[in-house]
Every structure is written in C-alpha cells, then in structure tokens.
Write a protein that binds this ligand. Structure first.
Ligand code: ATP
Ligand code: FE2
Length: 321
C-alpha cells in the first residue's frame, strides 16, 4: 500500500507518495517578500497551493492506505491549513490519518536516506536546533537551543545586511572569502544559545565576509561540541546531520572531522531530504501505519509545541532496550 504525506509546518507546502520507495514528491515553497516568515501569509500560501501540490502526487488514489500529515511542531495557521486538508483527504479516500511529529520525520527520512541505523542526530533547521538519539523507545533530546533555532538566527543576521532570504546559503558564500573573528560562544551544559551570538555579529564592524566566517565557525563549533558529547555519552558510532542548515558544507566538514577523530561514521542525506519535504512525512507515516499507529479524526488537532521526545517510537525496538 501507499501513504500520502503532507508537510507544511513553516515555509514549504509539500506532498509525497511513498510505497516501497518514494513514488512522487511535489513542493510549493513560500518565500516571504521581506522580513521573516509571517504565519498568516504562510498559511494563505499553503491554502492557495494545496490543490496543485496534492493533485501532483495523487496519482494512484485507490492504492492509498493512509494520509499522514505533520501535526507539529510549527506555526499554528500553517499547521491548521495542512491538518484540514489531511482530514478531508482521509475522509474522501476512506483511509486513516497518521499524525507525524515533524522533528521525528526529519530523523527518520535521514536514516532512510543514509542507511544509518542508530545515529546521534544533529537536527539544525530554521526553528529548531537539537541533538537527539534513540534510547528506550524514544528519541531523547540530549541538548538543544535555549533561544532561537540556528537557521532563524542566520536568516535574521542576513536580513540585517539585506542579504537574500533564506540567509544560510548567502552567509556560506560570503564566509568562503572571510577570515576568523572572535564572537561569543555559548554552550550551557548540553544546551546552546544563538541570539547573543547573532546580535554580536550584527553589531560587529568587521568586514561582512569576516563576520559571516566568524558567525559560522562559532555557531557550528557549538553544535559540534554538543554532538560530540552526546556521541560519547550515548556510546553510539554514527552521526547524522539533518535539517535545512545541514546543507552547509562547512558544518558538514566540521562534523566529519570530529567523527573521524572519534572513529564514528558521518552522513548527511541528499538535499531533497534535508530541509522540510513531504517525503519525510509520507515515509514516517508509512512506518507508523505498518506498526498500527493511526490517529482518530477526533484526536487530530494540531500540536504547535509537539516535541520529539513525546513520541512513542513503536517502530524501533533495537539498542538501548
Ligand atoms: P523546522 O520547522 O524543522 O525548524 P524549517 O521549517 O525552518 O525547519 P528547514 O528547511 O529545515 O526549515 O530549514 C530552513 C533553514 O535552513 C533556513 O533558516 C535557511 O537559512 C537554512 N539553510 C539553508 N541552506 C543553508 C546553508 N547552506 N547554510 C546554512 N543554513 C542554510
Ligand atoms: Fe523542518
């Protein structure tokens, strides 16, 4: 059977069809005209693009066994638009709903795409920055940002310098021409904080290339430090990088070096599966369905603050049991 997946927690409305492999994937990204993502405008974008995005992947409706959607975390209005569409499709097709945690889906599609079985995961995206690992039936959050997500921090810095949105790729390009400058490094226990770093970068009078380089080196070193400590603590031997910031070549390089020094394997999924995409929801939904995890319609309300460690990972029984 096939599972239809709908993603739309933030900027990307995306749908996919997953069987034994990915069958179809179609996305309609929302690009804010200026300023950050406006929740109501993103939701309006999703509503207008829904028909096009869904119909592009709805090729074999009679073979669909479930409709999976990202239930949270994310922006309320966007989540609501996607959940409403998912409910309507589930009723129309006569198949159950599967409510997927967006963060868990980033991890699961990453494992699928790389073949890693039990990694420590650095999940660095717009709104989230977390280090996770599977232990006793859940994805535990070993460390995370205490304020903003790394991607949103990079986007904020980029906006203050009139760089194009999303800011991550523009900063990466400029940083290649830059030299190191020191900026505030904040790791508290196993947690991270980025807003002080971003403010200091915004206020710096050094050449823009140097600030971009210093910002990347500092933020990424913080992420690598926490990932390394989680790896040692959990006794695992794989590191998986997921989330939109994972596209950054310098972050990948720093993690790769750390892993080589520790004799751990490092992998990052191909671009399509790194940032928000419907395939991660369809795939995770399929695995959940196969383990009997479905969501009654009356319990299908959105969960804007849904955390990865609230999910009972019924589909994994290996290590740590
Ligand atoms: P989530 O809902 O999981 O928190 P998200 O909805 O913001 O994430 P993602 O697609 O996972 O979406 O990540 C988007 C972020 O990735 C943006 O902040 C963007 O600047 C950042 N990004 C994209 N490419 C790069 C890059 N090359 N270097 C650094 N950051 C990047
Ligand atoms: Fe995401």
């Amino acid at each position: 059977g096939l599972v239809l997946g709908l993603e739309g927690t933030a900027w990307n409305l995306s749908a996919a069809l997953f069987g034994d492999d990915l069958i179809a994937l179609h996305s309609a990204p929302y690009v804010p005209p200026k300023g950050g993502i406006h929740p109501r405008e993103a939701a309006q974008h999703h509503a207008s693009a829904m028909k096009e995005v869904v119909s592009r992947v709805l090729t074999e409706p009679e073979r669909i066994r479930a409709v999976a959607f990202s239930q949270g975390p994310g922006l309320g209005p966007s989540l609501r638009t996607v959940a409403t569409a998912a409910r309507a499709l589930s009723i129309a097709l006569g198949v159950p709903l599967v409510g997927v945690n967006h963060c868990v889906a980033h991890v699961e599609i990453g494992r699928w795409a790389t073949g890693f079985s039990d990694p420590i995961v650095l999940y660095a995206s717009g709104a989230n920055t977390q280090v996770l690992g599977y232990l006793n039936g859940r994805y535990r959050i070993f460390g995370e940002t205490l304020d903003i997500g790394l991607g949103n921090g990079l986007d904020k810095f980029a906006r203050s310098h009139d760089l194009p949105h999303p800011g991550g790729p523009a900063i990466e390009r400029l940083a290649r021409e830059g030299e190191y400058i020191e900026l505030p490094y904040t790791v508290k226990g196993m947690d991270l904080a980025f807003s002080g770093l971003v403010s200091a970068a915004q206020e710096s009078s050094a050449p823009l290339e140097d600030v971009c380089f210093g910002l990347q080196e500092t933020a990424f070193a913080m992420c690598v430090e926490v990932t390394e400590r989680a790896l040692a603590h959990a006794g695992k031997d794989e590191v998986l990088l997921v989330g939109g910031v994972g596209a950054n070549g310098r972050l990948q390089e720093m993690l790769r070096v750390m892993c080589e020094e520790r004799g751990a394997a490092f992998a990052v999924p191909e671009r399509t599966f790194l940032g928000d995409n419907g395939a991660m929801i369809a795939y995770t939904g399929k695995v959940m369905l196969e383990h009997g995890v479905t969501l009654p319609l009356e319990e299908s309300q959105i969960r804007p603050g849904y955390r990865a460690d609230e999910v009972e990972v019924a589909w994994r029984t290996e290590p740590g049991e």
